[in-house]
Design a binder for this molecule. Structure first.
Ligand code: FES
Ligand code: FES
Length: 185
């Protein structure tokens, strides 16, 4: 008997993707095996560990608990999509390196996805809010403290970058206004 198939179309890390797939294919297997985006890990395969977390339209979801066809028409971001197109790590990813927020690394993609979603909604989370945001992601190595440290460091760095950009923007406006004033004299 032939296995039922479906056509899915979605955006994955900013790129449009369309494939004919087995209708029963899970989203995590679609990402890893069909698209070869192996940064998303598979752990428990029943929604407990968080290793398979990806963003669906910006919200973290368990890719092991979804069929790929359920993501049809949506935007998926995997851990690969958190880095710049040239592979440069994001501030968050770099902060995990800086604070030793990983050991074996198996939980790390899911942790990064959970942390990214948190920082997009709450630029200055408290320690309790960080712990709450990653509470659905299991790590058997780090004891979690370095992961919390990493997310706090990333929040601080992102905040500093925004302040610097605002300051530079303000400086640029001042210089432009001054030049405009000089030109009318
Ligand atoms: S593999 Fe999906 S939650 Fe564990
Ligand atoms: S670093 Fe090994 S499971 Fe988290």
């Amino acid at each position: 008997m032939n296995e039922p198939t479906s056509t899915v179309s979605m955006t994955v890390n900013g790129a449009s993707v369309q494939r004919e797939i087995a209708t029963r294919l899970s989203l995590v297997d679609f990402l890893r095996e069909t698209l070869r985006l192996t940064g998303t890990h598979v752990g428990c395969e029943h929604g407990i560990c968080g290793a398979c977390s990806v963003l669906l339209d910006g919200d973290p979801v368990r890719a092991c608990l979804m069929f790929a066809v359920q993501a049809d028409g949506h935007a998926i971001t995997t851990v690969e999509g958190l880095a710049a197109p040239d592979g440069t790590m994001s501030v968050l990813q770099d902060s995990f390196c800086e604070t030793h927020g990983l050991q074996c690394g198996y939980c790390t993609p899911g942790m990064l996805i959970a942390a990214h979603a948190l920082l997009e909604q709450n630029a200055r989370p408290s320690t309790g809010q960080i712990r709450d945001a990653i509470s659905g992601n299991l790590c058997r190595c780090t004891g979690y403290q370095q992961i919390v440290d990493a997310i706090q460091l990333a929040a601080q760095r992102r905040g500093d970058a925004v302040s610097l950009a605002a300051q530079r923007g303000g400086d640029a406006v001042s210089i432009a206004a001054q030049r405009a004033g000089d030109a009318t004299r």
